[in-house]
Design a protein around this ligand. Structure first.
Ligand code: B4P
Length: 197
């Protein structure tokens, strides 16, 4: 079962993703991490995306789709599935992903904007991430979320693949909610495979 973690910037996708990937033996693909690696490598693409990311804008779909295609072309053990963190963030990315893979579940991190702003401000003090450093950049990231990513949430909700978790709770609580959800979905899938339904 391939799973997506979807939500506003700073909603906790990365934090939960690391633990969930370990527990369920997922291959974790975080586009944010891959882009930050590209940026710090100083490559041509890294230079292209640096200022876009620092001001809180989304990197182009072409670059993201190339990065994802490269990741998906790497061999994956037969019993392993993907956990996507921060991808897809636009309708075009979501459509491309649906062409490449079967996505059974999308975990939506439900949290209000004020909590997001507070978390990003706190992270900015430690992370040194350019995009966490001021409230205007956070505002821009949230605007991009409403313009580009909210339609992706609607797309998955309309195709009955969206499962909400209360992401305003503590990191451990969010992690446990997702763990419980994936266990339940795995069990349902198993029962379906065994013809119980
Ligand atoms: P990402 O790296 O995906 O960053 P994010 O959305 O800010 O973080 P996330 O939701 O993972 O929050 P985190 O767990 O860290 O993206 C960065 C940039 O890359 C984007 O702005 C864009 O430019 C580019 N990009 C990435 N993917 C792209 C795509 N597909 N298309 C185009 N561009 C793309 O948590 C945030 C903070 O809150 C942390 O400090 C954490 O400790 C804290 N926290 C987490 N959960 C908590 C909880 N439950 N309670 C309290 N604090 C919590």
């Amino acid at each position: 079962m391939n799973v997506i973690l979807l939500g506003k910037p700073g909603s906790g996708k990365g934090t939960a993703g690391i633990e969930i990937a370990k527990d369920f033996n997922f291959k974790l693909i975080s586009t944010g991490d891959l882009l930050r690696q590209e940026k710090s490598s100083g490559s041509t693409i890294g230079k292209q995306i640096e200022s876009i990311m620092d001001r809180g804008d989304l990197v182009s779909d072409d670059i993201i789709n190339d990065i994802i295609e490269q990741e998906l072309s790497k061999p994956l053990p037969i019993d392993m599935y993907y956990l996507f963190d921060g991808y897809p963030r636009t309708i075009s990315q979501a459509r491309r992903l649906d062409e490449m893979l079967n996505i059974s579940a999308v975990v939506y991190f439900d949290v209000d904007d004020a909590t997001i702003a507070e978390r990003i401000e706190q992270r900015g003090k430690k992370s040194g991430r350019e995009d966490d450093q001021d409230s205007d950049t956070t505002k821009c990231r949230l605007e991009n979320y409403y313009n580009d990513t909210q339609p992706v949430v609607d797309l998955y909700e309309n195709s009955d693949r969206l499962y909400k978790v209360d992401a305003s709770k503590s990191a451990i609580s969010v992690y446990l909610q997702i763990k419980q959800l994936i266990n339940k979905l795995n069990k349902e899938e198993e029962e379906e495979d065994n013809g119980i339904y």
